[in-house]
Design a protein around this ligand. Structure first.
Ligand code: IFM
Length: 452
């Protein structure tokens, strides 16, 4: 009789199971109770910037429906919820006068989460820079780092009595690259110098934010979230290899390397020389407690001489599975990324996003079946366990996302939720994947592991 394959080691008993969302993608209530405009409110008004002319004006109306959404999380069985604070909701012009009504909203949410046994993981920045700060130069301006530190201190003072888990930024590389070099996101600038300045100033803001949180929240557990994905040349030519190498620096290393190793990767270090002042690298490399990883699939890079940095997004090789929305399924890259982070940065890892988009819709009975999402999550969960078996110190997993929501440039055309949202009525319907994830969490807690 062939012997059965050995079971992978169990996840830690204190492994965190959560879901993630972000303010602009779910809250709506764009003008309610004194919220100020963000760069995304403006971006969504630009013709053809967002699929179907969609915007986050209403989104999931979570600002008003949050009790129902917390109840959904309770039903799911998660013990953690990662959400972001909208900077323009609490500081409408990014600085100066505070908006008490905005601060109150997060007070209520945090209190309800705690009462439900769900730990709040608060992210301070998920791309919705107050428009007034953009008008003063935004992340291209060094001053923005100081404004961010003041905002971080405000949140730490207000919520630090109840919130231990803090995240400085979500996906640094995505909003700096797509906002300042490739015109896929707000503020839609395409300029090498502005991109470089934004990279450095956001790194400075991260360091200043960590300092503010450490000073004001005793016992804070602080991380930053990086979107890391292996960058593969679309085809093996010298031009595509060079494109992939530069994109890898900008996407995967421009933020974790200075923050955790104290230096920029080589091509970027040379380009950033004019902007780096004495003492900056020490200001950036402030100790954090864990590495937040958002991971979906690999990036295929190609040379594109017309693009700001001479690289562009290429095509995945033909024949691969993309679960219908054009993102390649490649769980081995997830496993390898976890191992590479462990090797390179040597700190605990929390998977702060992983999940899958789709065009899920209710069937004739009203049920929403999303077998593609369950298939995707199944192989990625297996890859996570393989990485743990090989030594990756993974402390938690947050699924993106609780609700279908505003998917940036794709508007409402790509649904990532465990819960289907009918955006005309705001009706929430848990999908089949909601029950799958609830079952996974329950089995893990009971020690009945569904893998291998
Ligand atoms: O919706 C986004 C999220 O805001 C950041 N990470 C990727 C998700 C899916 O595209």
């Amino acid at each position: 009789m062939p012997s059965a394959a050995p079971a992978p080691p169990p996840l830690r008993p204190d492994f965190v199971w959560g879901v993630s969302t972000s303010a602009y993608q779910i809250e709506g209530a764009a003008e309610a109770d004194g919220r100020g405009p963000s760069i995304w409110d403006r971006h969504c008004r630009i013709r053809d910037a967002v699929y179907n002319g969609d915007s986050g004006d209403v989104a999931c109306d979570h600002y008003h429906r949050w009790p129902e959404d917390v109840a959904l999380m309770k039903g799911l069985g998660v013990n953690a919820y990662r959400f972001s604070i909208a900077w323009p909701r609490v500081l409408p012009t990014g600085r100066g006068a505070v908006n008490e009504a905005g601060l109150d909203f997060y007070d209520r949410l945090i209190d309800r989460l705690l009462a439900a046994g769900i730990e709040p993981w608060v992210c301070l920045y998920h791309w919705d820079l107050p428009l007034a700060l953009h008008e003063l130069g935004g992340w291209s301006s060094r001053d923005c780092a100081g404004r961010y530190a003041d905002y971080a201190a405000l949140c730490a003072r207000r919520y630090g009595d109840r919130v231990t888990r803090w995240i400085t930024f979500n996906e640094f590389s995505v909003f700096t690259l797509f906002g300042y070099a490739i015109p896929w996101a707000a503020p839609r600038i395409t300029d090498r110098a502005q991109h470089l300045r934004a990279v450095h100033h956001v790194n400075l803001a991260h360091g200043a934010g960590v300092d503010a949180l450490r000073a004001l929240v005793p016992g804070a557990s602080i991380g930053a979230i990086h979107n890391r994905q292996v960058v593969i040349p679309e085809s093996d030519t010298p031009e595509n290899r060079a494109a992939a190498a530069l994109l890898d620096e900008h996407w995967n290393r421009a933020f974790p390397d200075p923050q955790l190793l104290g230096h920029y990767p080589p091509q970027l270090a040379a380009a950033l020389e004019p902007y780096v002042q004495g003492g900056d690298m020490a200001r950036i490399a402030r100790p954090v407690d864990w590495f937040g990883l958002n991971h979906y699939g690999p990036i295929f890079a190609k040379a594109d001489p017309a693009a700001t940095w001479g690289y562009g997004w290429g095509e995945a090789p033909p024949g691969g599975d993309d679960h219908g929305v054009g993102w390649a399924i490649f769980p081995d890259a997830f496993r390898d990324e976890l191992l590479e982070i462990q090797r390179r940065y040597r700190i605990p890892i929390v998977v702060t996003e992983n999940g899958c988009g789709g065009n899920d819709a209710p069937d004739a009975t009203g049920a929403v079946n999303d077998p593609h999402r369950i298939a995707y999550l199944t192989v990625y969960q297996k890859a996570l366990r393989e990485a743990v078996a090989r030594g990756a110190d993974v402390r938690g997993f947050f699924l993106w996302s609780l609700l279908d929501n505003f998917e940036w440039g794709s508007g409402y055309g790509n649904r990532f939720g465990l819960v289907h949202v009918d955006f005309a009525t705001q009706k929430r319907t848990p999908k089949a994947s909601f029950r799958w994830y609830a079952d996974l969490i329950a089995r893990e807690r009971a020690g009945v592991r569904p893998y291998p």
